[in-house]
Design a protein around this ligand. Structure first.
Ligand SMILES: *Cc1c(COP(=O)(O)O)cnc(C)c1O
Length: 434
């Protein structure tokens, strides 16, 4: 059977369905808010409205009972939530924060905004999350926190990372943007670290357009996050804040009533949406296991995976063709997804370029004319990003990892069959790729 990449007939000739979780409930909730005329009720001052309007409070209260945490603090994005978390922990110039190189850029760049230094550690080849041994190697007396990402929807190694953090007196911020309802030993992602940060941007499991939620069981950190979200400096005096006043320079990271109303509807849909992802992945994996050089992702014992992406490992030695050539051929058999046409077929070689290879780190582009915090006069301990080589993430990115999103709810059995059949067709005819 001639491969589509060589001019053969494609497996799939119509677009895949859009992933759309927004329906009548959200429409009704938004109209209800619009009719009140109150689209946000936040005030950057010490009154009841410091905590936001009724929809924000309703949503936060639903979120905290759902995820079984003491505090849920809405923000306008995960990125803002990560900034709040770093600020809440009192992190500042010269402090070091250990981060994964294989994540969305903000999990590392947010550290720089506070003048602290992102220190990259390698990832685990099975879960793609931070590798504990690699983290341990880069801990110094300046390390203040670890940002552990539940990448693709698998919980980070909270047992060993948390133990390591505790031993060294450092905190863990969990970036759980890709992992709502992932869990380890019955605890939801988000509650595994000291602070967890969800994303509600359009691409996530559930969304409010843009948005995010910080969760924590720590009263003091929660209070600091609420202050930083909402003009801390204008509030601390009138509330007579008694805690550590450092880093309480605030922002406007507030969520509107409209987004919060949508969020409450979306949260109700989350369990079903995650379940369907798990079912779709399991169906695809059942079909793909016949391809010997593809290895399906591990889910560690005691964990559930939320499958933001479906990562697949490609064994180049067994396959006898390079991964990139194989993926190009699979993509040529398939079609784009409605609403995301510009992105091409939703399948990639690897995920993102390891972050230390971004020009930000390669060229040490800091802040202002004095290039804070990278100028030598600041005497900070700057990692040698230029010659950095973290072997697992490099190999993963260059040779072994395939990620795709063609398992989202809305995909019919026929759609999933087309995806599996594209892999199988290319595997069976890989001789054509030589
Ligand atoms: C989406 C995402 C973010 C950023 O989320 P925003 O809400 O867009 O700021 C951060 N980290 C990870 C791992 C993500 O997937």
């Amino acid at each position: 059977m001639k491969l589509a990449i060589n001019g053969g007939k494609k497996i799939r000739t119509t677009k895949f369905p859009a992933y759309n979780t927004i329906g009548a409930e959200e429409e009704k909730a938004v109209v209800e808010v619009l009719r009140t005329g109150v689209l946000s009720k936040f005030i950057g001052g010490w009154t009841k409205d410091f905590f936001g309007g009724p929809k924000v409070q309703e949503f936060e209260s639903a979120w905290k009972s759902f995820f079984k945490v003491k505090h849920a603090i809405t923000v306008n994005s995960n990125s803002s939530g990560i900034l709040c978390s770093i600020a809440a922990l009192g992190i500042g110039p010269g402090d070091e924060v250990i981060v994964s190189p294989y994540t969305m850029s903000v999990s590392a760049s947010a550290v720089l905004i506070y003048g602290a230094i992102p220190v990259f550690a390698d990832i685990d080849p099975k879960t793609f999350c931070l590798d504990v041994a690699s983290v341990e190697k880069v801990i110094t007396k300046n390390t203040k926190a670890i940002i552990a990402v539940d990448i693709f929807g698998h919980p980070y190694d909270s047992i060993r990372i948390n133990a390591l953090a505790k031993k060294h007196g450092i905190k863990v911020i969990e970036d759980c943007a890709q992992a709502p309802m992932a869990s380890r030993d019955g605890i939801y992602a988000g509650a595994l670290g000291d602070l967890g940060v969800f994303s509600l941007n359009y691409h996530k499991h559930i969304h409010t357009g843009e948005g995010g939620v910080i969760v924590t069981n720590d009263d003091d950190l929660a209070e600091r996050c609420r202050l930083i979200r909402n003009h801390a400096e204008a509030v601390v005096d009138s509330m007579n804040y008694k805690g550590n006043a450092r880093n309480l320079i605030g922002f406007n990271f507030r969520m509107t009533e409209i987004e919060a109303a949508i969020g409450s509807c979306q949260l109700k849909k989350l369990p079903e949406l995650v379940k369907v992802r798990q079912q779709n992945v399991s169906y695809l994996e059942g079909k793909l296991k016949q391809v010997q050089f593809l290895k399906m992702p591990l889910v560690e014992a005691g964990c559930t995976h939320a499958y933001y992406d479906h990562p697949i490992l490609f064994d180049q030695n067994l396959a006898g063709v390079p991964r990139d050539r194989f993926v190009d051929a699979v993509k040529a058999e398939l079609e784009v997804t409605i609403g995301r046409e510009e992105e091409g077929v939703l399948m990639d070689c690897g995920y993102v370029k390891p972050l230390y290879r971004q020009s930000l780190y390669q060229n040490l582009n800091g802040i202002g004319e004095r290039n804070f915090p990278f100028d030598p006069s600041f005497k900070f301990n700057i990692p040698d990003y230029k010659s950095m080589h973290l072997p697992v993430v490099e190999k993963m990115h260059a040779q072994t990892l395939i990620t795709h999103e063609l398992m989202r709810p809305g995909m019919s059995q026929q759609d999933l069959d087309d995806v599996a059949n594209a892999f199988i067709k290319v595997a069976e005819n890989k001789g054509e790729l030589k």
